[in-house]
Each structure stands twice: as C-alpha cells, then as structure tokens.
Design a protein around this ligand. Structure first.
Ligand SMILES: [Fe+2]
Length: 473
C-alpha cells in the first residue's frame, strides 16, 4: 500500500491563470438593479504574472493587477491594469523574467520582486497598491487604474509600507507598518496624515524576523502581532526562504499608543497561533474603570502542517501554509495585564472585513468569506457574524462559484452599522467568467440585489477595497 502524496498547489492554471490584456469596458450587463445610492469603485488586487515565470511559481509571486468595477447611476464599467512597478518596467524592457519566485533559491543581486500585488487602500484621495512583504506604495488613478507612480509621502517615508495599513475614519490618518526579514529593526510602525505626510514613525524591538501580515487599530492604540511564524535565519543565510512555526513560543500582542515610541509598547502573551487578518479592535471601559482592548480576527492554531504533504524535504514550507482560521476574540486588560482568548465559531473563514467607517470603534458586525473544502484558498460563500456571540447568517455563491474578499459599503447617511451593501467578485468556474455581486448587508439570505456581468474571468485574487465617489462609472 502506498501513501498518496500531494504536491504543492500550482497557481498558474485554471481559475488562477493570468489574463494578458488590459480592458476598459462600459455599460456592463446588470441582472437585477444596482442601488441608485451606490457610487464608487470596487477594486481588487491580484497576482497576474506578465511573463511566464521561470522555475517554480507561487501565488504570492505574480505581478500586481488591479481589477475594478466602477458604479454610478445604476450603471457599471470595468477596468483592469497591471501595477507598473519598477520591477515590472525592468522585466518588460528586458523581455524576460529578471526575478524568480519565493520557492526558488534567493539571489543576492535581486532579492524579492516588489510586485505591489496584495492590498489596496484609499487614503487622502489616493488609491495605493501595496505588497505583502512591505515595499513601495504605488498610486493608481481611478477609474482607469493606470499607475501614477511610486509615492514616498512627500519625502517623509523611510522604508516601505506593508499590506493592511488602516485608515482611521475620524482623523483620516493612515496607520501603517513595514518589516524586514533579514536585519533589525524587524518592525516599523508609522502614521501618515490625510494630506499625505508621515507625521510619526517608530521602530519596534522584536526578538527576530517574523512573517508579519496585519495590525489592528483603536481610537488611540495600534495593536501589533508578534506571532511565532519566524524566518529560519540559518536557511536565510544559505539563500533559502523558509518560515517556521514555533509552537512553544507564545504569541505576543503589542499595544502601542498611536503616536508612541517603540519603548511604549505594552506586550501581552497568549498561546502560539498565526493571524493573517484582523477584523477590528476597540477600547472598552472595564468594571473597575480601566481600559481593555477588544480585538477580533481569524486565528489559525497550526499554520504549517507538522509533516508537509510532499515527498520532497527541501520544498520550502511557504508552499504549504495551511489555512484553518476561526473567528476569535481577544481581550487585553491594560490595567491588570490579563488576556482572554475566545473562539466564536467553528466555520473556517478568512479575509474578514467590517464597516470601515467605524474602524477602531465598537462594531457588532463582521463579514467573512467561508473557505471551501478545496486544497487551496477558495471562498464558497460569505458569513455575516455577530461579533458579540459568533452567530452568523450566510450567503452561498452557488455550485462551482467562488467569491472574493467582500467589501462593505455603507448607505449614505445610514444610522445603522449594517445598513449598506456587500460587494464581491464571484468567479464561475464552469462558465470561466466573473461577475460582481451586490448583496443587501442586512439580509444575506436574500437573492443578490444585482449581478454585474464582467467581460472576462478575474483570476482568484487577494484583497479588495472600495473607492467612494461619483463620476467613476
Ligand atoms: Fe492579507
């Protein structure tokens, strides 16, 4: 009897296959009715290699391509463009790949390719594309999605900006972080003003290199996630990327006053875990009149299988990052130092979002795509969580249909937190086609309000965002 082995997933074919053209198409067919008050642009960043990769390809490697659906007056239009990064321009000029992916041995002359392929944020009237390893932010025009160019916040940015910065909806500040896997400082945190200048930056003393991915904010604090997903220093020195999950090392959660120095961080410990994404955090007054920080996110107990499902022991473990995340709530008591951690649901979900107009303040509702029973990261529906108790309602996309990260858009002037719409790209595998689906966020069980047919398949991608405004469609 032989034990079946599973190879590392490939991300270059099928529903992941890159598209090779850039379109601008107006007046898309709409089934149902787009809400008249819905004005703006849904945008999603996706890895989409411009050139056929040399060597092993990982989903994280591809050049950034942003797909957008601009909506206004009940009409919709589609745009997609590559993010023209410095590396993209160099490879286009050379006509061949100059970098290799993260599964290949590192090259001293060309470390990692900054693709800006991961995240998008709308800040100070600018749409920025960002990279998971922390790189140069690139500004994109709307609705064309053409790359305006790299930005350095008027010369005030030192270092880069990693994916998942947060915009304070009241002050308009951008709270961001950046990290380094080879040398200290391993983590930096900064704040940029709404007019696009870095007003505060500090270095955080971390014991070693980590795979950082997200932060959370409250009205006054930034929550840092020093989790025991570390880079193997010996292997890094030997030119090999390998992440390691140290199961006996506690997770550390750092509470930093938003404009505080690195030495002001207050650390809280909890059992080892990994967290790709938080939903929200806020401050609460405790029974004794003190302050506690509440944070929700998707917690992974064991992000790397103990035995990678592959017969080849030299395969980098980045190929096998495992996603079994569950909605979890942490509570950090700033007076007593006590930490509580509570799993709220047993359904695996990821890419969670809330009403970003209330980020950093108490929110009752979270929206999280449900992970399908597939070997790779596909979402077969979306759950609307009551963050108080983990109860959920759901919308399932349908057979052979897979959603993206959902974006919540508040109805203009809405009083209730969940009065608005949920938007998701949905890919129909059988039809090899995508659409943008608009749901009523107060009634997930209902049929979609609108389904906007896109002129093409959008490859399975990463993070989505909403750009508010009229005149985009
Ligand atoms: Fe992410």
């Amino acid at each position: 009897m032989t034990t079946p082995t599973r190879s590392a997933p490939t991300y270059i074919d099928g529903i992941y296959a890159p598209v090779d053209d850039e379109l601008a198409v107006g007046d898309l067919a709409v089934e149902g009715e787009l809400p008249a008050e819905l004005r703006g642009m849904f945008v999603q960043n996706s890895p989409n290699p411009r050139l056929r990769p040399e060597g092993a390809y990982h989903w994280f490697d591809g050049d950034g391509m942003v797909h957008g659906v601009a909506i206004g007056d009940g009409r919709a239009g589609y745009h997609n463009r590559w993010v023209r990064t410095e590396a993209f321009a160099q490879e286009e000029a050379a006509g061949r790949p100059l970098w290799r992916g993260i599964l290949e041995p590192m090259r001293e002359d060309r470390l990692e390719k900054d693709t800006a392929n991961t995240d998008l944020v709308w800040h100070g009237g600018r749409l920025l594309a960002l990279w998971w390893l922390g790189g140069v932010p690139y500004e994109l025009a709307t609705p064309s999605l053409q790359t305006v160019g790299p930005i350095d916040f008027g010369g005030t940015l030192r270092g880069g900006v990693a994916s998942h910065p947060k915009v304070d909806p009241v002050t308009g500040e951008l709270i961001f972080f950046d990290f380094d896997v080879q040398r200290a400082p391993y983590l930096r945190v900064g704040v940029a003003s709404p007019d696009g200048r870095v007003t505060h930056a500090t270095e955080i003393d971390i014991p070693g290199p980590r795979l950082f991915h997200d932060i959370a904010i409250t009205e006054r604090h930034t929550i840092l996630l020093d989790l025991p997903m570390t880079w193997d220093a010996e292997r890094l020195a030997a030119g090999k990327r390998r992440v390691r999950f140290e199961r006996d090392t506690p997770s550390r959660f750092g509470i930093l006053p938003r404009h505080g120095a690195g030495g002001d961080v207050r650390w809280f410990e909890a059992p080892a875990c990994y967290i790709y994404h938080t939903i929200n955090a806020w401050e609460e007054t405790t029974a004794s009149g003190g302050t506690a920080i509440v944070m929700t996110g998707c917690r992974i107990d064991d992000p790397i299988p103990r035995t990678p499902p592959d017969a080849e022991p030299t395969t980098p473990r980045l190929a096998f990052l495992r996603l079994e995340p569950y909605l979890t709530r942490w509570r950090f008591d700033l007076e007593t130092g006590a930490v509580t951690e509570e799993r709220l649901d047993d359904v695996p979900t990821e890419f969670p979002r809330t009403n970003d107009d209330r980020l950093g303040r108490p929110t009752r509702w979270g929206y999280a795509p449900r992970i399908a029973a597939e070997p790779t990261l596909l979402f077969d529906g979306v759950l609307k969580y009551d963050l108080d108790d983990g109860r959920a309602t759901r919308h399932v996309w349908g057979e052979e249909r897979f959603g993206s990260e959902v974006v919540f858009v508040a109805r203009p002037g809405a009083a209730d937190e969940d009065d608005g719409w949920l938007l998701s790209l949905v890919l129909d595998r059988a039809a090899d086609r995508s659409e943008l689906v608009v749901l009523d966020a107060r009634d997930l069980a209902a049929a979609p309000l609108a389904r906007v047919r896109l002129p093409r398949r959008v490859p399975v991608g990463f993070h989505a965002h909403w750009v508010p405004g009229s005149g985009l469609a």
